[in-house]
Design a protein around this ligand. Sequence first.
Ligand code: UDP
Length: 474
Amino acid sequence: MGAEPRLLHAVFFPFQAHGHMIPALDIARLFASRRVRTTIISTPLNAPSFQKSIKSSPELGTPITLEIFPFPAKAYGLPDGVENVEQAVSLNLFGHGSWRAAAPDCLVADMFFPWATDVAAKLNIPRLVFHGTSFFYLCASDVLRLYKPHTTPHSDNEPFSLPTLPHEVKLTRMQLPPDYRENGESDSTRLLTRVKESEEKTYGVIVNSFYELESAYADYYRKVLGRRAWHIGPVSLCNRSTEEKARRGKEAAINEHECLKWLDSKEPNSVVYLCFGSTVKFTTAQLREIALSLEASGQQFIWVVRGCSDDGAKEQQWLPQGFERKMEGKGLVVRGWAPQMLILDHEAIGAFVTHCGWNSTLEGVSAGVPMVTWPVFAEQFFNEKLVTEILNIGIPVGAKQWSETASGSVLVKQEAIEMALRQIMAGEAAEEMRSRAKKLKEMAWRSVEVGGSSYSDLSALIEELSSYHLHKSK
Ligand code: UDP
């Protein structure tokens, strides 16, 4: 009997935020299901998010190993116990590092770790970047950097076009981080320049998207911008069972079975799901506007509230008196983490009010639901354009201003939210959006099945990495 063939070994280094850790784990699971040995690097307080998924995934072709490194918060000027962006938005979390164990065959490191390119070069292995965003944003952000169209308007509210992209896309400076308004350099713009520079030197980019969703931008990224990229998404679709969907990310604040029972009692397409990702916290004033709009719109809903950005605020300040009693049977308020994939995939969900984080956007697409877009920060205003103007599967709630904390945003009033809720749930335009969304869902599923575009691109990537390793060992 011959010896077992040596397996390709990929090390994953996800950024410490759930919006990055969740898809990174899905990608590691996809690699493992194709017989690639995988190791995920994390820190003690982030480890549980990975552990519960890894432990209960014996169906994977190859086990996933978790390597836990202490996070020296103090050395980075952070309080003890801060290891995740949800606890503190700090550039110090971006850190730096090196690898001392036996060299793996490739390093899949988050975009926020530009130094990983040099670590991989020292080990003579390829470094792949994972941005966790759309092809659309990858293209648009390069266009913004190269042509600086945001410098032309006289005011922050005047729209400017992003030149050379396949579609006409307009933004305002208000929808970009403040550095773009002030026209100056800051730590975050300097970091983003390093990210782009290191991206150009890397082996290539792994994109959580599928070709049919944004083919013009997948082509633009490769052919016009000259990047090597593999699209392997939607990676969330590797979670098939109720259990797999329910255990993604943090411990849910609602029992998944109760949640499903509640949804089972509803008609198809009759419930709105509102969730704003893992980091957004609104002000009491904004939460109150949402609560009032939900009541006034008459829609059934599941509303996920992470908490409130005003220090020490009490729930009575944002939740109208007797709200939950009045809404009993009609709406659920989830305080904390919701099993989002499980909820979105239920046939009762008729629309998704989202902050347009890329994972949520793609999960909405994969579930075939139209969206009300409510971008807050990061690249969310770009993703909104993709959803509402290019894919035509959503309507904007009318958020105008980028703000890292959501407390700096301009208030979106009850009337605007209520109108968006009504428009997305009923009427001819809503039905057209729903039907386009359902078609995209079918395409998403086809792309990850054997022979589909994402399935094939992942095969191509693994083959290329294997032959890189073979050439190296000759
Ligand atoms: N998520 C979840 N339950 C929640 C909030 C978020 O499961 O209550 C998941 C969601 O499904 C997605 C991720 O957390 O996979 C959030 O990523 P996204 O890019 O949408 O937003 P971010 O958190 O990075 O702003």
